[in-house]
Ligand binder design. Sequence first.
Ligand SMILES: [Zn+2]
Length: 320
Amino acid sequence: MNNWISHPEDIEARVAEWQTAYAELLKVDSLRQFTGRPVFALTVTNRHIPAERKKKLLVFTPHAHEPACNAACMNVVSELLTGKTMGGEPTDLERERILGETLLTFLPDANPEGTARAPVEAWDGSQYTNDEFWTWMRGVDPVTGKMWKRLNVWDDREEDPLPARHGIVYEQLDSHRYVEPNRHPESSLMRLIERCRGRHDYDMLLDLHQTEFVNSPHNCMVLLPCVFDELPESLRTHERAWADAVVAAWRQVEGASPIEHSEPLGYTGEQRQYFVDVWSGIYATTPLITIEIQNNSPRTPPELQLYLEQIAIETSIQLL
Ligand SMILES: [Zn+2]
């Protein structure tokens, strides 16, 4: 896995190195999780050219059990800053033009504590069944031994029984409370996105994820916002064209099997409401699409997971 960097300690070391070597191209924002690890927002642009004229993209990785997203962000940032992939190959990106015309912000890992607690750096499907993987994701139910609950926020003084092992998807907020980062405003993810949006008026937001594609012949898809059907036509047109462009780019990749027609995120009830509560202000103003690449399956090895995430990022940059 030549180009793969996803562990928080590797990301921290690389960011520190880049901060010194590429100060004119990189601005690092960060906040610290309750458990102590820094969460980074890496803004890449030619800082000699005023930001007002540039098109702007914000890319983020909410979930700690989806490390190909971290790796793809780091690889794209490496190519833009150094001209080389993480593995040292020359980039094929139009670096100078991208740095001059765009401002790109990456949150490569919004929950590094979760990522650090994962038993593997990449989920390749060789060591854990999906049932086991899901117990790493949400925690182990001590009664059934299966996956624990999905909650936007929980408090260890109120839940009974508590998970036998805490799920890595949750971010610890204080001594007792835990949140799923993209479902709660106090997560590092949402706080850092808000800070970034306060600094720059982003034209597009790209939400990177992975999922298991159980009983599906596909291994990549774009999801539109859950409120897509209620959005103004200009946003719907933009998001539809963006989704179609990503799918078209995936179609060229050996081993990729995209879902051709992108649909809105299909959650209902409580899970949908979490999204509406946290994201509706963003959905109403800014084009946003969600990427899902297969996780924990030999059908989509880590190199391909990374590559498909990276294609989604690069296609988005081209569309700015
Ligand atoms: Zn996810």
